[in-house]
Each structure stands twice: as C-alpha cells, then as structure tokens.
Design a protein around this ligand. Structure first.
Ligand SMILES: [Zn+2]
Length: 108
C-alpha cells in the first residue's frame, strides 16, 4: 500500500494532505508541495468507488434483521476503514482522463 505520489515533483503526499485535497469539489487538485495541478486517475476513482460501496450497506441491513445497535456499530467500522484506507487508493495523473473533457481539450 502506498500513498499517492505527485507526478510533477515526485513527492509522496501524506495521509492528511491526500484527504484534505480530496475534499475539494474541483477535480483539479493542487499538489501541496509544488502547487501543480493533479488529477485522480480514472482507474483509482473506480477502485475508490468499490471501496465506498460498504458505506451503502446499512441500507440493506434492515433486511437482515440485525438490531439497530449492531447496524450503527457496523456502519461506524466500515466508515472508519474507508477513512483510513482512502488515501492509499488515490493515484495521481497530471492530466484529467475524462471522456467528457477530451473533446474540449482538442478544441483548445
Ligand atoms: Zn508536486
């Protein structure tokens, strides 16, 4: 497991820096070290989606007949795991790999 590395300055981001950068609404993330624009790669975004699905598990839990206390504990544990492991799944690129923005870039 490895924390994300900036593609420009090749420096590894810390766990805290990765989270702080991820909480932006913008897809463009400035590197905390060299301020160059970084983007989360499509592949890692897909992995992060897979990582986040257990957070939606509580929606299905009422069907299992577990008591509310267990549901809350389970959900809290899953959320904690997500928070801890999230930065290790982030991978950076210096270009946005999005099909929606590709045609726009070609126009420029
Ligand atoms: Zn950098």
């Amino acid at each position: 497991m490895q924390l994300p590395v900036c593609t420009v300055c090749k420096q590894q981001w810390t766990w805290k820096e990765t989270w702080k950068s991820s909480l932006r609404m913008d897809t463009r993330i400035p590197c905390p070290r060299c301020q160059s624009s970084q983007f989360v790669t499509k592949k890692s975004r897909r992995r992060l989606m897979l990582l986040s699905w257990p957070l939606f598990l509580p929606i299905l839990l009422p069907l299992t007949g577990l008591s509310l206390v267990y549901m809350v504990i389970l959900w809290a544990l899953l959320s904690l795991l997500y928070i801890v492991f999230y930065p290790y799944f982030v991978r950076l690129a210096d270009e946005e790999e999005d099909h929606f923005t590709e045609p726009l870039k070609k126009q420029n």
